[in-house]
Design a binder for this molecule. Structure first.
Ligand SMILES: Nc1ncnc2c1ncn2[C@@H]1O[C@H](COP(=O)(O)OP(=O)(O)OP(=O)(O)O)[C@@H](O)[C@H]1O
Ligand SMILES: [Mg+2]
Length: 180
């Protein structure tokens, strides 16, 4: 993986697989760090699974024996002078936190967050995205968008085209002009 936005995609896909109905993603650029929190209300993990989840040989996948999403983001954070934390409760949900020191030589670029937001949109799952830099923030809550669109599905082509440029412009207005 070469971009943080792709790690985010991976971790959010875990939440989708865990049947979360609401997934909150906070990308907070603050004090020399990029802090990323992904919180879901999916099925969660018991203590045993949680304790082994940073080990690449932990997976509930049937197609192969290793699961890499969590070990890889943890490694990327720790290599970039940041930290990693995961908490989870069975039947309640999961929170994955990672931070990255912006000017660390081994930090990967943020990548295209707008693309990640649009890629993940679907009618079943709700997302609350927050992108923050100092006092500026962009909040994108699909529950509000769906209310306004009703009955047009959020993942219809016309809506996606519109949302793509809407999200791009807003993200640009928060973090445009600085190299992340
Ligand atoms: N948000 C979550 N809610 C519930 N269980 C989770 C969550 N995230 C991860 N898990 C559990 O931890 C395991 C390991 O996750 P990880 O992302 O490291 O690998 P994977 O998803 O199995 O495979 P890969 O990410 O390589 O496709 C998953 O198989 C799943 O059982
Ligand atoms: Mg995964």
């Amino acid at each position: 993986m070469r971009e943080l936005s792709l790690h985010i995609l991976d971790i959010v896909q875990n939440s989708v697989k865990a049947e979360a109905s609401v997934i909150e993603i906070d990308v907070n650029i603050h004090d020399g760090y990029i802090n990323i929190t992904i919180k879901d209300n999916g099925k969660g993990m018991d203590k045993e699974l949680l304790n082994s989840v940073t080990n690449p040989f932990t997976t509930s996948r049937k197609t192969r024996k290793v699961g890499l999403g969590i070990p890889l983001i943890k490694m990327a954070a720790e290599k970039a002078g940041g930290s990693f934390k995961i908490t989870s409760e069975k039947g309640v949900g999961t929170v994955v936190y990672s931070s990255f020191q912006i000017d660390h030589i081994d930090r990967m670029p943020l990548g295209d967050i707008s693309e990640t937001i649009v890629t993940l949109l679907d009618d079943k799952t709700d997302f609350v995205w927050k992108v923050r830099l100092n006092e500026k923030e962009f909040v994108f809550d699909t529950r509000e968008v769906k209310n306004q669109l009703n009955p047009i599905p959020i993942d219809s082509v016309e809506v996606l085209v519109y949302l793509k440029s809407y999200i791009k412009e807003n993200i640009e207005s928060i973090i445009g002009g600085i190299i992340l």
